[in-house]
Design a protein around this ligand. Structure first.
Ligand SMILES: Nc1ncnc2c1ncn2[C@@H]1O[C@H](COP(=O)(O)OP(=O)(O)OP(=O)(O)O)[C@@H](O)[C@H]1O
Ligand SMILES: [Mg+2]
Length: 336
């Protein structure tokens, strides 16, 4: 069982204990040991003290009654296929980066209730070693079924749409923009939240017609405001926040910021020092994994080729690098 570090106890000692504890948790969870043999990767969880309500592509939701336990696994997907093995510590890095942003912009109502494992309910204690650092207890919200995307630069599906139509989600953009160019001002480009298959970009009007009066406007304003504030912080750390996808829910008549917040899985971060518009930019997300998969000639049908250790290691480094740059700190509870 995990024991919280005593005051004054060194972080590295605490981490060593956690690594040992994680190894014991391996017996209860579906884990793959890899990465120099010491680090464990959590690719699926089975908790004894809570009921699983949903497995997403990356996160698993457990129902705690009025609240939810959100556990980020180390799964990584590309081209809509979950890859093997996972990326050690990815779930911890993404959870703690989300927590950083929720706290930084705490004037915006968010879903966080508890991130400190020591204050989790008693029934979760047996699983504490595995949950530490990668899980949060959140308010259970009614999910608003749209992805709220803000873009300040032309990339990904935005760039693909612009090349065909000169528009993104119905918004007319100036002629002659190149891939990765900065937009005259950030735009709101919503997408459907597809249960299966790919999310689809839609116009603001389509979104507004599907929601109660005034809600789409609220979501747009909140998304653009959070994007601009996060861009300013990122820029001060030498990173360009090219775009981001936010999710919101409803609770007691209020709009609440939910899900993950401004992570490399939900956002494109580029290194300002290497920014060269006119081509795709290296980013801190899974582009590295995608490029490797493309280089193998894989036909994008499952199963995907197994990721080599070097690709796993570099991908983990990229997630860590983004965390370090944005927060000026290291995540807690790393296994390595
Ligand atoms: N506070 C909350 N209340 C209710 N549901 C939430 C809350 N926070 C997050 N969720 C939901 O939990 C799920 C998180 O899982 P995950 O991100 O792995 O799944 P996904 O959305 O299927 O995948 P992807 O993010 O790749 O589209 C999402 O469906 C999200 O909408
Ligand atoms: Mg998600």
């Amino acid at each position: 069982m995990h024991r919280a570090a005593a005051p004054g106890e060194s972080v590295s000692l605490k981490r060593t204990r956690m690594a040992e504890d994680d190894n014991r948790a391996a017996l209860r969870s579906s884990l793959c040991a890899n990465f120099s043999g010491l680090v464990t990767t959590i690719t699926e969880t089975h908790l004894s003290g809570a009921r699983l309500s949903r497995r997403g592509k990356v996160r698993e939701l457990y129902d705690l009654g009025a609240s939810l336990l959100l556990v980020a696994s180390d799964r990584i997907s590309a081209f809509d296929v979950v890859l093997s093995p996972g990326i050690p510590d990815k779930g911890k890095i993404l959870t703690q980066l989300s927590n950083f942003w929720f706290r930084k912009f705490s004037d915006v109502d968010n879903h966080l209730i508890e991130s400190d494992i020591a204050r989790f309910p008693e029934e979760l204690k047996p699983d504490a070693p595995m949950l530490a650092g990668r899980s949060v207890i959140v308010r259970k919200c009614e999910v608003i079924p749209f992805e709220c995307v803000a873009r300040g630069y032309l990339a990904g599906s935005g760039w693909a749409e612009y090349r065909k139509t000169g528009r993104v989600c119905g918004i007319r953009l100036p002629d002659g923009l190149r891939e990765a160019d900065k937009l005259p001002e950030p735009i709101f480009t919503p997408a459907t939240k597809a249960e299966t298959g790919h999310d689809e970009n839609i116009s603001f009007g389509t979104m507004a017609r599907a929601l109660p009066a005034g809600e789409a406007e609220r979501l747009r304003d909140m998304t653009l405001s959070l994007y601009k504030r996060a861009s300013d912080h990122s820029a001060s750390r030498g990173l360009i926040l090219a775009d981001t996808k936010l999710e919101f829910g409803r609770l007691d008549g209020r709009i609440v910021w939910i899900d993950e917040a401004l992570t490399p899985d939900s956002s494109r971060y580029w290194d300002m020092a290497h920014y060269t518009p006119g081509k795709g930019q290296p980013s801190f997300d899974k582009q590295f994994v995608r490029d490797w998969l493309e280089s193998t000639g894989w036909d994008k049908k499952p199963p995907a080729p197994k990721l080599p250790e070097g690709v796993v290691r570099t991908t983990r480094e990229k997630y860590l690098d983004a965390y370090r740059k944005l927060t000026d700190a290291m995540p807690e509870y790393l296994t390595g």
